[in-house]
Design a protein around this ligand. Structure first.
Ligand SMILES: [Zn+2]
Ligand SMILES: [Zn+2]
Length: 72
């Protein structure tokens, strides 16, 4: 489940990209889970394996994409 950062509406579909109520782009990851610092690049091996970076890691060391903590 993803939650809209703007209006708080929830989307139950993993495929959802935008909020049904306000059109805001939804976060890449399910932000109702305990927040884990993972790579935001869906094509990255570390993203797929849900490798968790330390809290101070801002970028994936494999693909260079921002981590969840860098985006938020
Ligand atoms: Zn919204
Ligand atoms: Zn990556």
């Amino acid at each position: 489940m993803k939650t809209c950062n703007k209006c708080g509406a929830q989307s139950y579909r993993v495929e959802s990209q935008f909020c049904q109520k306000c059109g805001e782009r939804l976060p890449e990851v399910d932000n109702n889970l305990p927040k884990q610092n993972i790579c935001t690049n869906e094509n990255c091996e570390w993203h797929k394996s849900k490798f968790i970076y330390p809290d101070d890691a801002r970028f994936c060391d494999v693909c260079g994409s921002p981590t969840v903590y860098a985006v938020s």
